[in-house]
Design a protein around this ligand. Structure first.
Ligand SMILES: [Zn+2]
Length: 410
């Protein structure tokens, strides 16, 4: 395996600070910036804009007013593990090694990482790191804080870890919690929770019982979201860290099969797609409440960054010759929207950021910002220089010229 010259952060060996921060500089960085990143898989601007207009996402609207936002150019054929790992490393999928859900016949996992992820860099710089439910972080890796895995965690009834949901107590094939002692604390204080979102129902399950299966599935999704909210609130209250990265994935999962399409769209089935037209928008209204919980932990000194790895759009037949393009989970499950189009620019992600020195009510036009820019921008906030392998750039456009409180490095 090609393992670059990187030394990943290892709990048993506290490595010296990286070259970009001298000991003197480090000592002046006593009060480290507080950064919370909230990942929303596949957040689709086409769906959330009308909700913001209608006042149904008041928390996100307040972040927009206080901060900067824009589209986030993604990689080609985007999916969560592929893009999140680019977010972590600011490198191409072929470089970081997590090219998709399955790589070389094996479910993507952290052992495949060939580039150093940002949580390792921050940990080495003495910044405390907390991560929960972030895709492609299983098995968890040691950090200067805690890590709870997310999408691609394997477990009971979810043996391959692909788009399914083991509970914390059902995890198999690796650790879902670092440090191990945190697991019992979570089970005691948060309860047993689903680590990822629910698997989509199969065509066979749906047939003849569409409305009931849809409602049952949406109820499960809401339960998972409530558990996640409780987890996030617990961690932000009881385990505060300088850098916290939280993520959720039920919005995207819902969009794949319940996107509000019309009869003119590919794959329209009135028995499924005519039942709960508001199911997908409702996910974002529910997300806004999660955001409300996170915002309770955000003060004037906190940077809050909400980001999505890609959007999601109804199927376009010309993209595929495959007549089964509208099936997933090995052709068992009907999907009517997706994001792994060859041209990633068709499904950009998005970002919303507020915090000290960030411009107010600022919209970044076009696709100038990309998923590659997230890690360099976070390093910049901590006064750390971006390593050479990173392909992105610091999003300097979002910082105000005069009251930029971010450490500027030569
Ligand atoms: Zn998806």
């Amino acid at each position: 395996m090609k393992f670059r010259k990187i030394a990943l952060f290892c709990a048993s060996v506290f490595l010296p600070l990286p070259l970009s921060v001298s000991a003197q500089e480090a000592s002046t960085l006593k009060a480290k910036p507080h950064v919370i990143v909230l990942g929303v898989n596949g957040m689709e601007l086409d769906i959330i804009r009308p909700l913001i207009l209608k006042g149904q996402m008041p928390n996100l609207a307040s972040v927009i007013e206080k901060g900067a936002y824009g589209k986030l150019r993604t990689v080609s054929a985007p999916n969560c593990p592929r893009v999140y790992t680019t977010v972590f490393t600011s490198t191409d999928p072929d470089e970081h090694g997590v090219t998709g859900f399955v790589v070389g016949g094996i479910t993507a996992n952290t052992h495949m990482l060939k580039e150093e992820p940002i949580w390792s860099m921050l940990s080495k710089a003495g910044i405390t790191v907390g991560m929960a439910n972030v895709p492609a972080t299983f098995p968890v890796m040691p950090v200067n804080g805690y890590m709870i895995s997310g999408m691609l965690t394997r477990g009971k009834n979810c043996e391959d870890g692909v788009l399914c949901a083991p509970k914390l107590s059902e995890v198999m094939g690796g650790d879902a919690v670092y440090p191990r002692g945190l697991q019992s604390e979570l089970l005691k204080n948060v309860g047993d929770f689903y680590i990822d979102c629910e698997r989509m129902p199969s065509a066979a399950d749906l047939k003849g019982h569409e409305a009931a299966v849809i409602d049952q599935w949406l109820a499960r999704v809401q339960l998972i979201r409530e558990q996640q909210t409780k987890l996030f609130d617990y961690l932000l209250t009881e385990r505060p860290t300088d850098f916290t990265f939280l993520a959720q994935s039920c919005e995207d999962r819902t969009g794949h099969w319940l996107y509000p399409i019309t009869p003119f769209n590919v794959g329209y089935n009135p028995n499924i797609n005519g039942v709960r037209q508001d199911a997908f928008p409702n996910q974002y209204i529910a997300f806004d409440k999660v955001l409300g919980t996170v915002l309770k932990h955000v003060d004037a000194h906190t940077y809050l960054l909400i980001l999505s790895d890609h959007g999601i759009k109804p199927l376009r037949e010309f993209e595929e010759k495959d007549p089964h393009a509208h099936m997933d989970h090995e052709k068992t499950t009907p999907v009517i929207a997706k994001h792994d189009f060859a041209d990633g620019d068709d499904v950009p992600g998005s970002f919303f950021v507020m915090g000290p020195g960030i411009k107010n009510d600022f919209r970044l036009m076009g696709l100038g910002a990309s998923v590659y820019d997230i890690a360099p921008t976070i390093l910049h906030i901590y006064g750390l220089e971006q390593p050479k392998q990173m392909r992105g750039h610091v999003l300097t456009e979002i910082f105000g010229a005069t009251d930029n409180r971010v450490a500027m490095h030569k």
